[in-house]
Design a protein around this ligand. Structure first.
Ligand code: ATP
Ligand code: MG
Length: 577
């Protein structure tokens, strides 16, 4: 490709709405063009990168025994009603009507469609197991599309679905996919960590996410991990052992009584006022889960992990209650306390979930639904309320590994893929069954396996860049090499550049010749910004028979004859393929 003909426009500035590196770099280097929030055109350079990632994914999925198909992007409501998701899927599901007033949606994921495809075709145990996948654009009307390709509304995903006769079959395929994923990300030049993650409220399910670890804002997930053993988990699923803490307040409170605690709206104010450690305070928080209020109780030095809380009550949507909703709840229960003084005592018709930390608290302090008052020296029996216990605690750095007891560390991660044991979550309600050897029918045991293709490309930029631009890993770079003649009016320079260009092309190296009539500095800047892994500069040194060879990743520079440089590049690219 000649640079003068290439459909690319690099910009002097980063896009004004770009907050993270990959969005800034991909925007400025002309890889993506925004059409609407979270909706981008993949320009030719970007499309080359995406196709390379897709092909790596294809090769490894095929190697692992999966088969590719392509399902429709627009889906009818009926299948989503069969699975029960039409009602419960939130506003991320883009719903629309066709000309006959039929309800449709844009595919955010394809469990319903694949299950319906399978149930019509996979009738006998003899046909199983099967793993089917596709690579396709998805649409999710994300509440906060941001970070460019990392969280788009329209984005490219590889989604695979496996069908097995039993759990043992699913286990095997799950491991098979985990292995394939590891290879895929390695081939893309990405270091990933496979971490345990939340799998929703369906009991017994297992899921793992593949995280690109990063210290930038682009990492939307907190990952807790242990340096001594293999434990690592998304914060929405992580558990830990706690350091010792004061949990019995008998040295502070000789008797159980209600006392005045004026203006102690926060835990900090309350512990200061009473001069006690916050481990002696039982914190009561009101959440709204699936439109209903729920009270969460936790030792006050700890925080609630909302996904864990949501799963504890089997919900699918969670948020903290507004002050108006708390006021309403108070009124319904005959109280008028303001936030800061809420407590479980006397609350009726409401689910109360207590974290495991609450179990061994003694002689503690808790709100009793009267403004400016708390009860001190209280015990669980004083609450006079039925509590359900669950682990709803957010793990914090400094706590200990649940497997080996050593300290846990936290880091940020970008989820580029996940694997998920679905079990019969879809096959059962959709009556997708096979017949066993005895003629009995059973729902398929399913798994699903996603990879964000466009997110992986952006994550690769987050992991490989410097202040000058992108440093594409060779396997997914849009082109392998750029040749820069310093002065296109210099006959010898152009002759050598052209010869190298033709020789490399012939050998299957993806090469760009920067034949623009621009200053060398401009061309170098663009080359660094776009992130070609190798650059060959043909300048004045060609008069002594040398070109300059430069590696983008390491900055390493060498002088070679044109023939040496050509051969070296051919060898490098051969090794990648
Ligand atoms: P997230 O928690 O980041 O929203 P998810 O759990 O919704 O991801 P899945 O539904 O399992 O993700 O989708 C599979 C993969 O698709 C994810 O691992 C991720 O790489 C990618 N993906 C999901 N949502 C988006 C998005 N809005 N933009 C780009 N890629 C996405
Ligand atoms: Mg999501």
């Amino acid at each position: 490709m000649k640079m003068s003909k290439m459909f690319v426009q690099t910009l002097r500035e980063y896009p004004s709405d770009a907050e993270v590196i990959s969005h800034k770099m991909l925007g400025r280097a002309g890889f993506i063009k925004k059409l609407a929030p979270g909706v981008y055109t993949y320009m030719p350079l970007m499309w080359r990168v995406l196709k390379k990632i897709e092909n790596i994914v294809r090769e490894e999925m095929d190697n692992a025994g999966a088969q590719e198909l392509l399902m429709p992007f627009v889906q009818p409501k009926e299948l989503w009603e069969e699975s029960g998701r039409w009602e419960v899927y939130g506003r991320e599901l883009m719903r629309l009507k066709d000309r006959h007033d039929r309800d449709m949606c844009l595919g955010p994921t394809h469990e319903e469609i694949i299950t319906s495809v399978a149930r019509d075709a996979l009738k006998s145990y003899k046909q199983l197991p099967v793993n089917l996948y596709q690579i396709q654009s998805k649409f999710r009307d994300e509440i906060r599309p941001r970070y460019g390709l990392l969280r788009g509304r329209e984005f490219i995903m590889k989604d695979a679905y496996s069908f097995d006769i039993d759990e043992a079959g699913l286990d095997k395929e799950y491991q098979n996919m985990a292995k394939a994923y590891k290879k895929i990300f390695e081939r893309c030049g990405l270091d990933t960590k496979m971490v345990q993650s939340d799998s929703g409220a369906i009991g017994g399910s297992v899921s793992h996410e593949f995280m690109v670890i990063t210290d930038t804002d682009a990492g939307e997930n907190d990952v807790f991990y242990c340096n001594h053993c293999d434990y690592s988990a998304n914060s929405n699923h992580a558990i830990s052992n706690l350091p010792d803490a004061v949990v019995d307040g008998k040295d502070y409170f000789k008797e159980t009584k209600v006392i005045d605690t004026p203006n102690t709206h926060s835990i900090e104010e309350l512990s200061k006022f009473l001069n006690i450690p916050d481990t002696l305070i039982l914190k009561s928080l009101v959440y709204i889960i699936d439109k209903k209020p729920v009270i969460a109780l936790i030792r006050a030095d700890k925080a609630v992990e909302e996904t864990k809380l949501m799963n504890a009550v089997g919900g699918i949507d969670v948020r903290i209650a507004s002050s108006a909703e708390i006021a309403e709840l108070m009124e319904e229960n005959g109280f008028d306390a303001v936030p800061g003084f809420i407590g479980p005592k006397g609350m009726k018709n409401i689910t109360i979930i207590a974290d495991e930390t609450v179990r061994n608290m003694k002689n503690f302090v808790v709100g009793i639904n009267i403004t400016d008052k708390h009860i001190v020296g209280a015990n669980l029996c004083d609450l006079e309320t039925e509590l359900e216990y669950a682990d709803i605690r957010l793990v914090q750095q400094g706590e200990y590994c649940p497997q080996c007891g050593k300290p846990l560390f936290v880091t940020k991660g970008i989820e580029v893929g996940n694997i998920f044991k679905l079990g019969t979550k879809y096959s059962k309600p959709m009556n997708a069954v096979y017949t066993d050897i005895n003629g009995k029918t059973h729902p398929y045991v399913m798994g699903c396996y996603g990879i964000g293709i466009s997110r992986t490309a952006a994550a690769a930029v987050e992991a490989h860049y410097d202040e000058h631009g992108i440093k594409w890993p060779i396997a997914i770079a849009p082109y392998h090499v750029v040749i820069v003649p310093v002065n296109i009016k210099d006959e010898l320079q152009m002759k050598v550049a052209n010869e190298m260009y033709e020789a490399l092309k012939l050998a299957g190296v993806e090469v760009v010749l920067d034949d623009r009539d621009e200053r060398a500095g401009v061309k170098f800047k663009d080359a660094d910004l776009i992130g070609f892994p190798y650059r060959v500069t043909v300048g004045k040194t060609i008069n002594e028979g040398f070109v300059e060879y430069k590696v983008r990743e390491t900055g390493e520079q060498e002088k070679y004859t044109p023939e040496e440089a050509t051969q070296k590049l051919i060898n490098i690219i051969k090794a990648v393929k």
